[in-house]
Each structure stands twice: as structure tokens, then as C-alpha cells.
Design a protein around this ligand. Structure first.
Ligand code: ADP
Ligand code: MG
Length: 699
């Protein structure tokens, strides 16, 4: 189709190739970056901005700092250096000249710069006879685009190699987007004027225009607010609709506490904490309500979640219904199994452990029991969601460390029952803004109190030269009959190098450092029977020192263990260390957590020192979130629908709360988004979240 008419209008759903400046080659490169339609182009947001406030004059450059300067190319060419030829561009801004050097340079880079071009360069200021920058980031500017002289804020775009190869740099991008607006049909807003007024949102078209070409800082803030709000809003709308749908689902009623629960309760070797009692009431209210329970139990390591899981399971089991408890690792599943067994020793509550390592015959027996309904309680790993695991009457599922499971895995377990109640547990302290994003459709119970009989854990960051002192402390504890952990970072169990370090550590400790004690070794790639026997030996006191990888992160409960030495602590996330140290101080004895720092950046010691200061998991998680982003807290298994363009879970707390309120209010007023004024919004929502609608019923 050839369109040449002057009044040709560009629609949002048209291919980007219709935009002036984009031919087939660029369209292909854009498609690789996820930009297919005109709308995608408008939502391809700048990665940052140049404005006069972040531009420095060459004369004011400070060595060692990151800086942005704007100037004119006054020279370019190859220069000989000792090793290999390097490419140099000289930039001048009227206050001085700055050489920019490339030791690695492609033809593409060399072809970028012409004498007379206006450019912005960003990089660290180095010094060799005079200030210079090495391999700086750079952007070409149009003659009129100079934040210093025109006061404009200039958008810089994320590039890809493919985009650069077609010459689509930030400057071209700005031109293309400008060209796009010249022909664009009016962009409709999915929010009504009243809605926008209520939440102080600017108009969509204006926000989109401004994000690419802001007049000033205030305008940019307004645009960002609006566009971030959009992203959070639709996710919260998903949460609100899920919640509304869940509330409509029937749930089997369990009005009685029942004698099994009561006798377990009576035989507990301790008193429940006030927090445990409160949470138990919340759970019981759910089970009595006739609606499906969908509750997240959040509690610090050691706060006593397991016993609540058991008490809840017993309520359901008594009614001839079944309970499945799913844990993310075999070790954890075994631990739960043992804890359940011990706490229910005196009562009639058959239970079984089902993992990948369960022998064939035993497995067949368990499956038979589940199908016939004679086995009320099964504890296991992913092995529980296999197809041939069939329940007669699954009425409750308990998921431990729930964020470690994908949404699908949990879903599969759900399908094995008829709207089973769900109790999810997590020891990962999730800051509130994250919790309402990740678990926004669940009720949350907080176990914010540790049992009173806990020994105090002292945490210290050590430098390598203090290692002997650490060994001394460990020896003292071992001689008194206590046990110790030494943990090595094996970030991924398939990392051979990491595993080797752990193994060498084990050999060193067992042969040279602590030859007089029994030292065991545990890592994730061992056969499960082997793992189990090591764990049992440690738990039973046959091993005194356990060298391990992070497989012990969750679950292990050995009250006699009093010292944990963490090797290469700089390689761990703070939350991870916090979880690890939850393995000690589980009895009444005081514990010591020693963080051996062997490397890492300057800030590492300060970062680790946070753990010396506080044992509040929320505070620690907040720090982690700031330093390392949400991925760290949630492992590799990020939710697919959490891909934000602009939104930032760390900074957007107030926007998230506002968007959540707006979404929940909207669903309260219009359950199915069926009102005329919500039509546009519903369309956007459906388009965004189609795959996540699973059980949401939008009539
Ligand atoms: P987590 O919440 O980390 O899963 P657990 O449920 O494993 O913690 O409990 C840790 C330890 O504390 C277990 O040995 C458990 O028996 C014990 N425990 C649980 N509740 C109490 C309590 N109220 N008082 C004393 N000890 C308790
Ligand atoms: Mg636990």
C-alpha cells in the first residue's frame, strides 16, 4: 500500500513501518526489540534524560566521578598507543577539551563522529596527563538540542546492537517519535475525566508525548506518575478481580476444631505464642466461612509456622478430607514430615512423605491411599503435582515457601481438589509494597513474634585474618557438645567452581582444622538418600560440624546448633543470610553467626553490617530490595506478568497504594467491568492480562 496523501493518519495499531523514517530494515530491528505497532513505539520509553542539571562543564570535571558533558566534536582519529591503535574523539564545550578514548572500537563507532557534531558523552572521568574518558556512553544531538542553551530535556533511548546497526540511535529515535505524533490519530484515554481528576492523573496522550519530549522536570514527573500509575493499576485490577472471583468460590465448611487438633494441642511441649493464637483464629474463621481460604502466613524464621500448619491440617483430616503439604525441596519436605510426626505422635493421624526419592513400592502404596481416601495427610515436593497423584477428597493445600513455586505449579495442585482451601506460608519477609503486588489477591496473616525461649544470636562480620578466632569460638562450642554449620556460597548447584570450593573447605575443616570432631558434608547434588542420612546424622548429634551449601537455607531445625560460619558472605543476599542464620538459635542457647567477608566492593562490609545491627526480617528485606532489586527476594522464578516498563517496586510505594485503592474501588463498584465508562479500560486490561485470567469470571 502506498500512502502519500497529506492527510494520512497514523493509527496506534498500524505497523511501525508506516512511520516516517522507518523502513523495512529498521522495522525488523524494532520488531526484535518488541516494537511492532505504532503503540509499541510510543511505549518504548527513554532509558534516561539529559538536562541541564546533570550536565557538567569540562572545566569543572572531577577525576573519578561519573559525569555527562555536552560539546562539539573538534577532532577525531586513530592514535598509536603502545599495544594497539586506539580511536580518539576530542570534544570541546568552550570551557575546555576532553579526549574520549576507545581501545576497542568497531567501524560503527568510528563512523559515528564527524567534526562539528554535537554530542553528549557520559562516563567516568579518568586522568592521564589530563582528564579524559575511556569508552564513554554517547549520544548524538541535533544542533537545536542543547540542554545548556535551550533548557530542553532530551530523551535517551535504550539501544540494541540491531537498532544501532540501522542507525536508530537516540537522535533518530527522537525524530521518528516526533514524526509519529505529526500524523497520529487522537489517542483515546482509557480513564474517564472524573477518574483522572480523582487520582490526579494527566491525560494519556499528553503523558505519552511528554515522556518522550518533556518541556521541564515538572512535566516529566507528571507524565511518569501517570504512566507508572497505569502499570500498577492494571496489575492491581488483576488482583482485585482475582480476589472478587475467589470470594465467590465455595469452600467446604469446617466448623469444629475437632478432637485430633485438640489432643495435638494438649500434648504440645510448649505454649503457643500470642501471635500463633491470633493467626490460628484467623485460619479457623476462614475454615468456618463457607468460602475458599486463600491465606498467606508470613512469619520470621523460627516463628513457629509448622505447628499451625499441623493444627490446621488436623481440623480438615478429622472430617475425612485430605490435606497436601507441598515444600520446595526434599530436605524441607522431610523436615516437615518429621516435625508433623513428632508433634502428632500420640494421635491417630496417618501421614506419608512423597518426594522424588520415594521408592517405587512405597509410592504406589501412598497413591493408593490417597485415591481411596484412607490416607488423610501427605507431605511432599513437586512429586505431589504429578498426574497420577489422585486424591479422593483434597480439601486443604498448604504450600511452604510459596514464592518459590511458580503460579502454575500451585495451580496444578489446586486442580486436584474441588476448590481446596489454600494456606501458603513464607519466611521471606516481604515489604508491604511488594506483598500487595505479589500476593495482592491473598489475605495475609503475620506471625510477628518469636517464642520466648529463644537464645540470642550475635552476628559479626569478620575479615579473613580473623578466621582463626572464628575457629577458636567454634572449637569452644564443639567441646561443650554443641554443633556448628559452615556454609559455602553455591549460587547455582551446577556451578562446578563453587562446589569445588565447598568440597575443599570440607576437606580442610575435617582433616586439618577439626580432626578431633565428626564433620559432615551436604550439597544439593547428592542423592536424596545420601542427603537424608547426613541430615539425620547431624540432627541426631553423630555429626558435630556440618559443611554445606545453601541447601540448608530453609527448614533444618537443630536446636543444639549454636554457630554458623558463612564463607564468602559478600556473595549472598542479606535476606538469604538472614534465612540461613535462622538455622541457629532455635533452642534456648545463644548463637553466633560469623560472616566471613573475603572480597567484594567497598560497600560490602557496610551492607553486611546491617545484619549485625538488626534481626528484623522486614528491615533486612527492604535493604536487599534497595540494593539488589526484587529478583533477589524471589529467586529466579519471577512472575511473568511483573514485567514493568517504567514502574519500580522499590520507589513507587505511594503510587502502588493509590493504584491499588483505585482498582479495588472500581471492582467494588463495577464487579465485571461492564459499565459503559469502563469499556476502554476493560479492553486494555484484557489485552494485557489475558493469560492470567484463568479462573476470573468476567461476565
Ligand atoms: P518456622 O516458622 O521457621 O517454620 P518452625 O515451625 O520450624 O519455624 O518452629 C521452629 C521451632 O520452634 C520448632 O522446633 C518448633 O517446635 C518450635 N516452636 C514452635 N512454636 C513454639 C512456641 N510457641 N514455643 C516454643 N517453641 C515453639
Ligand atoms: Mg518452616
Amino acid at each position: 500500500m502506498i500512502v502519500s496523501s497529506a492527510d494520512f493518519k497514523l493509527g496506534l495499531d498500524q505497523p511501525v513501518q508506516f512511520v516516517k523514517g522507518i523502513g523495512p530494515v529498521r522495522a525488523t530491528a524494532l520488531a526484535e526489540a518488541g516494537v511492532h505497532q505504532v503503540a509499541d513505539l510510543l511505549y518504548y520509553f527513554p532509558r534516561r534524560y539529559l538536562d541541564r542539571r546533570n550536565v557538567v562543564l569540562i572545566r569543572d570535571l572531577k577525576v573519578g566521578e561519573q559525569a555527562t558533558i555536552i560539546g562539539q566534536v573538534t577532532g577525531r582519529g586513530m592514535r598509536r598507543s603502545k599495544s594497539r591503535p586506539l580511536f580518539q574523539v576530542t570534544i570541546s564545550d568552550g570551557t575546555g577539551t576532553l579526549p574520549c578514548l576507545w581501545f576497542r572500537h568497531s567501524e560503527w563507532i568510528r563512523g559515528r563522529f564527524q567534526v562539528g557534531d554535537r554530542v553528549a558523552v557520559h562516563g567516568k572521568v579518568e586522568f592521564y596527563r589530563k582528564p579524559q574518558m575511556i569508552h564513554p556512553d554517547f549520544d548524538l544531538l541535533d544542533q537545536t538540542e542543547d540542554p545548556l542553551n535551550t533548557g530542553r530535556i532530551i530523551a535517551l533511548y535504550p539501544g540494541t546492537a540491531a537498532l544501532r546497526a540501522t542507525g536508530l540511535d537516540s537522535r533518530r529515535f527522537r525524530r521518528v517519535i516526533r514524526a509519529c505524533w505529526e500524523r497520529l490519530v487522537p489517542v483515546a484515554d482509557h480513564f474517564s475525566i472524573e477518574f483522572r481528576r480523582e487520582y490526579s492523573l494527566s491525560e494519556l496522550a499528553e503523558a505519552l508525548r511528554t515522556i518522550h519530549d518533556p518541556l521541564d522536570e515538572a512535566a516529566l514527573d507528571g507524565a511518569r506518575f501517570r504512566l507508572k500509575f497505569d502499570e500498577h493499576f492494571f496489575l492491581q485490577l488483576l488482583m482485585a478481580l482475582r480476589r472478587r472471583s475467589l470470594e465467590e468460590l465455595p469452600g467446604r465448611k469446617f466448623p469444629e476444631r475437632g478432637e485430633i487438633t485438640e489432643s495435638i494441642y494438649r500434648s504440645l511441649p510448649f505454649q503457643l505464642t500470642a501471635a500463633q493464637i491470633r493467626v490460628m483464629r484467623e485460619i479457623r474463621a476462614d475454615l468456618q466461612s463457607g468460602k475458599m481460604m486463600n491465606r498467606l502466613l508470613q512469619g520470621e524464621v523460627g516463628s513457629g509456622k509448622t505447628v499451625l500448619a499441623l493444627l490446621t491440617a488436623a481440623i480438615v483430616a478429622r472430617e475425612k478430607c485430605q490435606v497436601a503439604v507441598m515444600a520446595p525441596t526434599e530436605i524441607l519436605a522431610e523436615q516437615h514430615y518429621r516435625a508433623f510426626k513428632a508433634l502428632s505422635a500420640g494421635v491417630d493421624l496417618p501421614l506419608a512423605l512423597l518426594t522424588g526419592g520415594t521408592p517405587k513400592e512405597r509410592r504406589a502404596e501412598i497413591l493408593q491411599g490417597l485415591k481411596a481416601g484412607s490416607l488423610p495427610l501427605v507431605i511432599g515436593t513437586h512429586a505431589l503435582i504429578q498426574e497420577d497423584v489422585i486424591f479422593k477428597e483434597l480439601a486443604l493445600i498448604i504450600v511452604d515457601e510459596q514464592h518459590r513455586f511458580g503460579v502454575l505449579q500451585r495451580g496444578r495442585l489446586l486442580e486436584k481438589g474441588y476448590y481446596p482451601h489454600v494456606l501458603a506460608m513464607t519466611a521471606t519477609p516481604i515489604p508491604r509494597t511488594l506483598a500487595i503486588t505479589y500476593h495482592g489477591d491473598m489475605d495475609v496473616s503475620l506471625l510477628d513474634e518469636l517464642p520466648a525461649n529463644r537464645g540470642k544470636i550475635t552476628t559479626r562480620v569478620l575479615q579473613p585474618e580473623q578466621l582463626q578466632k572464628a575457629y577458636q569460638l567454634m572449637r569452644g562450642e564443639l567441646q561443650q557438645g554443641r554443633q556448628c554449620f559452615v556454609v559455602y556460597p553455591v549460587i547455582s548447584e551446577s556451578e562446578k567452581g563453587d562446589l569445588k570450593a565447598a568440597e575443599e573447605g570440607y576437606l580442610l575443616l575435617s582433616r586439618d582444622v577439626f580432626p578431633e570432631f565428626e564433620v559432615g558434608y551436604l550439597h544439593g547434588r547428592m542423592k536424596s538418600a545420601h542427603k537424608e542420612s547426613v541430615m539425620e546424622a547431624f540432627q541426631g548429634g553423630k555429626l558435630q560440624l556440618l559443611v554445606s551449601t545453601t541447601v540448608i537455607e530453609v527448614g533444618i531445625d537443630v536446636p543444639n546448633a549454636t554457630v554458623m560460619l558463612i564463607e564468602n558472605a559478600e556473595r549472598f543476599g542479606l535476606t538469604q543470610i538472614h534465612q540461613l542464620r535462622g538455622r541457629i538459635g532455635r533452642g534456648e542457647l545463644p548463637g553466633h553467626c560469623l560472616l566471613l567477608r573475603r572480597g567484594g566492593a567497598e560497600e560490602t562490609t557496610a551492607r553486611l553490617a546491617i545484619l549485625e545491627r538488626t534481626s528484623n526480617g522486614f528491615e533486612i528485606a527492604d535493604e536487599d530490595l534497595k540494593l539488589r532489586g526484587p529478583g533477589e527476594l524471589f529467586g529466579a522464578r519471577q512472575h511473568g506478568y511483573m514485567k514493568f516498563r517504567l514502574a519500580n517496586l522499590i520507589e513507587d510505594g505511594p503510587i502502588i497504594r493509590l493504584a491499588r485503592q483505585a482498582a479495588f474501588d472500581l471492582v467494588r463498584a463495577d464487579q465485571n467491568l461492564s459499565r459503559g465508562e469502563h469499556r476502554a479500560l476493560k479492553q486494555v486490561f484484557m489485552h494485557k492480562y489475558q493469560p492470567q485470567l484463568d479462573f476470573i469470571n468476567l461476565r
